[in-house]
Design a protein around this ligand. Sequence first.
Ligand SMILES: Cc1ncc(C[n+]2csc(CCOP(=O)(O)OP(=O)(O)O)c2C)c(N)n1
Ligand SMILES: [Mg+2]
Length: 341
Amino acid sequence: MRNQVENEQPPHTESPAQLEQYYRDMVFIRHFEEKCNVAYRQGKIGGYMHTYIGMEALAVGWLYSIRKGEDYVITAYRDHAHALLLGTDPVAAMAELMGRKGGTAGGKGGSMHLFDPEKGFYGGWGIVGGHIPLGAGLAFASKYRGQDRVTLNFLGDGAANQGVLFETLNMASLWELPCIFIIENNEFAMGTRLEYHAADTHLWKRGEPFGIKSERIDGMDALDMRENAQRIVDWVRENQKPYLVEVMCYRFSGHGAADNDRQLYRTKEEELENMKRDPIKRLEAVLIERNILNAERLEAIDAELIEQVEKIYEAADAQPFPDVSEVYDNIYTDMTPDKGH
Ligand SMILES: Cc1ncc(C[n+]2csc(CCOP(=O)(O)OP(=O)(O)O)c2C)c(N)n1
Ligand SMILES: [Mg+2]
């Protein structure tokens, strides 16, 4: 199987409670995303929508490795999991997807534009590669202000071909910005497989010409992901320099909710083979092997989280749509002095 990396790992030392929490977070994300897919098909969510199904270990690994609310996180449009694990109110996230008033952007951004600066989350961006320099800007701001912050700058394998990445890597290296460029290599850019879009498929090498410490790691095992992410975040915090990491994973779902024809670009057999690496199933096996949770408890957690997601959906669905009179609000920031800015 491709997109598989075996890194030398130190023994995992997480407590049983911590392991259970990682598991809960991943299962919660999975059910949240599955509910989104259903809601989309029922016409309750519109526009573009992309889920993180199969990539949950990345969210857990990275977002447990930072100081939540202080460090900065920015990503592209596949953004639900990042917001949820940073602590964005899940009802506000779901309401945003459903275009409702209580959404994180007042219901006007939708799935691709979750945004929650109080939690250190700066989006949610739809232009492939467009947010990469913004992430470097966040890192620049924290450095300039003398704040001890690290920026996680997530991007896809497709986005790794955008010219703006190379310009940003140059400046990030030159200015020694505490920014981690995390390439989520899920093997596809929409329906285009990695080797059809990248001249050099070793995406981790893209940091090297700029003197940026770079490596490739596995993203399908939550515990390995967690260890590696913490090591890299700690290094960047201590050295105040950028880092580039290619995280090998696989997109279980279609590109977005409107991609109903995956077999045009990959076979069912390939999907099933990759699904054997399901990060949730892998952590489940660890929990059982270490006698932390038995099959019955795992089932109970699953049912509890399905119900939790259902309640989140119902709470979001009970919200009104924004009023028509608000249509031009929040297009520009109101900088007038009497508004307290
Ligand atoms: C500048 C630009 N070009 C093209 C698109 C259309 N588009 C949307 S997603 C996507 C694929 C990006 O793939 P990748 O970076 O690997 O991210 P993934 O969807 O796998 O998370 C493309 C080409 C776009 N949104 N922006
Ligand atoms: Mg991709």
